[in-house]
Design a protein around this ligand. Sequence first.
Ligand code: NAD
Length: 282
Amino acid sequence: MALLDGKAIAKKVRAEAAERAAAFLARHGRRPGLHVVLVGDDPASQVYVRNKERAAGKAGLEGKVHRLSADTPQGDVEALVGELNADPRIDGILVQLPLPAHLDAQAVIDRIDPAKDVDGLTPQSAGLLVDGRRGLRPCTPSGCMRLLHEAKVPLAGRRALVIGRSLLVGKPVALMLLAENATVTIAHSRTEDLAARVAESDVVVAAVGRPGLVRGAWIKPGAAVLDVGINRGADGRLRGDVEFEAARERAGWITPVPGGVGPMTIAMLLSNAVTAAEWRES
Ligand code: NAD
């Protein structure tokens, strides 16, 4: 069993982004600009956004956070996105989710210029992914694919199971596996006999948010297991969706939680922001 070390690979991805950001600065006389919109004071979002701001600065990007109060009306949030779209020095716009309940998140996302959609969540980005065309891809799924590539996990012709069908993780990672010629199944809350689906799969991506949902005994010997789930237990510890200790006995490759898929997400965001900057200038 090989542990897929997300921390180490994320470090490599961040270093690559920093190198490309420096080359961009030398060529265009400005840093790639990544702006984050944060509405309200959700404590987890505050931490995520601070981490993104710090990581952007370290990689030599121009990172900025726009903090809006929790009661900001829909029109004002959309107007801010419009301003960021219009500013030529801004290459990437990320709206931190979830937004407060009175806001229509999809309508806000829909306002983002697809050329600046570093989270890959606009309908345009989703369509480009479906069509296999150049576009900005969601960060967590991109991180999963990078982990698989780094470990040289064979994908073409293999059976891949994605558990979860969200726009953020499940659907895009399924399409990315399909683009690599895997035979892809998407399981979800209504799937019957999840155990059998897992047992026949060479690659399993779990993105549900239910601790220990995927039993170690279900894993096909030698399979690659990517655990996207982040679940905080009553003891304060983070756990994934996969029963890790039992699964590692059978898996060929497996990501730990924490330290697996999690660190890849911010690294891929930086990479996307530099890519957006390069494409916008080319
Ligand atoms: P979501 O709630 O939008 O989607 C969960 C999916 O799980 C749904 O599609 C649902 O159909 C499916 N599901 C629910 N119960 C199921 C069951 N019993 N069997 C099979 N499928 C079932 O969540 P999301 O945004 O896709 O996130 C999923 C998990 O990944 C969460 O734990 C989230 O915290 C985590 N996450 C981690 C990162 C990261 O950077 N590591 C990024 C995004 C999300």
